[in-house]
Design a protein around this ligand. Structure first.
Ligand code: SF4
Length: 331
């Protein structure tokens, strides 16, 4: 990604990462800001500017370091080196938090964040798992910062606890030769290729995600598959059956021996609808009042009859193709 404009907090240039980003993008337009949380000229942009704003980078210092307990595939959600993303999935959960300002923000105080992570890991009597990718896609972020390579090796050296992250990207080559010490779990998010094409703008293709997962397993990483978010388009049954046929045909035996599944149904919202209608007028509308609950300005989920049907099919397909693999949860 070559950013259009880089908004930066002045102090961020005193950090090693801030300095190297400055060198890397010297020729870009740099605009000084007071606070990465509030950039008035971006906030006041209309929704139709959403995609253009995603071409910008924001560089700052993370000040909030509060861990949130979690009970899915980690013990804590950890605010880490970035929030937001330069891809443009129509349902992106970050839009719920950041609205149209869900562009990529990089935080340069990574030594402080990793230090806390290692300390928290060492202070626990049990081995904890920390979800470090709940605010961003760290594989994508890594192509700009190298943060994931740095984190995997340095967390691995401590040899206690685990870090985990989900991704929709295939740029994993630089991760394959790292000394990860089996301390990093990478979960690949998958969807039928038709959904990736129509909904997950700017992300890697299904087949490239599968190849990346096979490579990660070959390199000794712990791995998972997130079927997420499940989107019930008109022909969803055929699409998801086909997805599992492809996974069964293309995942390596090593992946099949170990992989676990998570399944998450899509949550959509009024905010998504408003932004998408103006930013992507030709895209499909993910809102379907006939099968979704929630009205007005809130969040929308599939109604229980539809969702149950979806869950039944997904559990059936996973069990059929991957009978020995665990489904961690379906939500
Ligand atoms: Fe959001 Fe993930 Fe898509 Fe990025 S890749 S836009 S973080 S859902």
């Amino acid at each position: 990604m070559i950013p259009n404009i880089i908004y930066y907090e002045e102090e961020s240039l005193n950090y090693t990462l801030g300095k190297s980003l400055y060198e890397k993008y010297k020729s870009a337009e740099w605009v000084k800001i007071e606070n990465h949380n509030n950039i008035p000229e971006l906030r006041s942009n209309p929704n139709c500017e959403f995609a253009r704003m995603k071409q910008n980078l924001v560089i700052g210092i993370r000040k909030t370091h509060k861990y949130v307990p979690n009970s899915k595939t980690s013990d804590f959600l950890v605010p880490y080196t970035s929030s937001g993303c330069s891809a443009m999935c129509l349902y992106c959960y970050l839009v719920c938090n950041y609205n149209k300002c869900s562009y990529l923000r990089l935080f340069v105080n990574r030594e402080q964040m990793l230090g806390k992570l290692i300390k928290s890991s060492n202070h626990s009597s049990t081995e904890l798992t920390f979800e470090i990718g709940s605010n961003s896609d760290l594989v994508l972020e890594n192509t700009i910062t190298g943060n994931l390579e740095w984190t995997i090796e340095n967390f691995g050296k401590n040899e206690r606890g685990y870090i985990t992250l989900p991704t929709k990207f295939d740029m994993v080559d630089s991760l394959l030769n790292l000394e990860h010490k089996g301390r990093t779990i990478i979960r690949m998010s998958v969807n039928p290729q038709e959904i990736i094409k129509k909904v997950e703008f700017g992300t890697s293709s299904l087949i490239n995600r599968v190849k990346a997962l096979n490579s990660l397993k070959e390199a000794g990483y712990k791995i998972g598959i997130l079927v997420a978010p499940v989107i019930l388009l008109e022909n969803w049954e055929a699409l998801y059956k086909e997805l599992f046929n492809i996974l069964a045909d293309t995942l390596s035996q090593k992946v099949k021996n170990e992989v676990f599944f998570e399944v998450i149904f899509m949550t959509y919202s009024y905010v998504h609808r408003m932004i998408n209608a103006e930013a992507f007028p030709n895209a499909i509308d993910l809102y379907n009042k006939d099968i979704m609950t929630g009205r007005g300005r809130g969040k929308y989920c599939y109604n229980s009859i539809t969702r149950d049907k979806g869950e039944e099919l997904l559990r059936f397909e996973i069990t059929k193709h991957f009978p020995k693999n665990k489904i961690m949860y379906v939500v």
